[in-house]
Ligand binder design. Sequence first.
Ligand code: GUN
Length: 170
Amino acid sequence: VDGPRPSEMDRDAFVAAYGGVFEHSPWIAERAHALELGPAHDTATGLHNALARVFRSASEQERIGVLTAHPDLAGKLAAAARLTDDSAAEQASAGLDALTDDERARFERLNTAYTERFGIPFIIAVRDHDKPGILAAFERRLENDRDTEIAEACRQVERIAELRLREKLA
Ligand code: GUN
């Protein structure tokens, strides 16, 4: 890409560029910038490693905060077009912006069951899946115990971040 390399950016520029890679959680980019990792981390992979390291070494409460910062998939925010640009593009890529009434009702039932069980929104890297795959994963993950599911959600958040970084640094 044109423009400054991540390792050359000051804190404000770095957070402006990468603060949204983890949904509504700019503190991850803030802490990663403070690590002063250097040009080896200027690739999508290198930068992802740095941000994921910050995410993994955050407290459980902070990680749960990242999970709860996500909007519901195919939820009310999406219907009202009030998502971040990244989230809106991801949901559109799997057709979640254009559901039939039946599909919308199914997502609503699953979203309700999932948040009642786990207290977080259902998170999946939607660019890795089509609509049937998302619904199948939704049903399957509803059977998980809480620790397993929190770990799965954190993996998905890291995968979403990786795909967003690849697009930004392509
Ligand atoms: N997967 C990719 N983007 C999103 C999002 O914005 N919200 C949820 N819940 N899952 C996602």
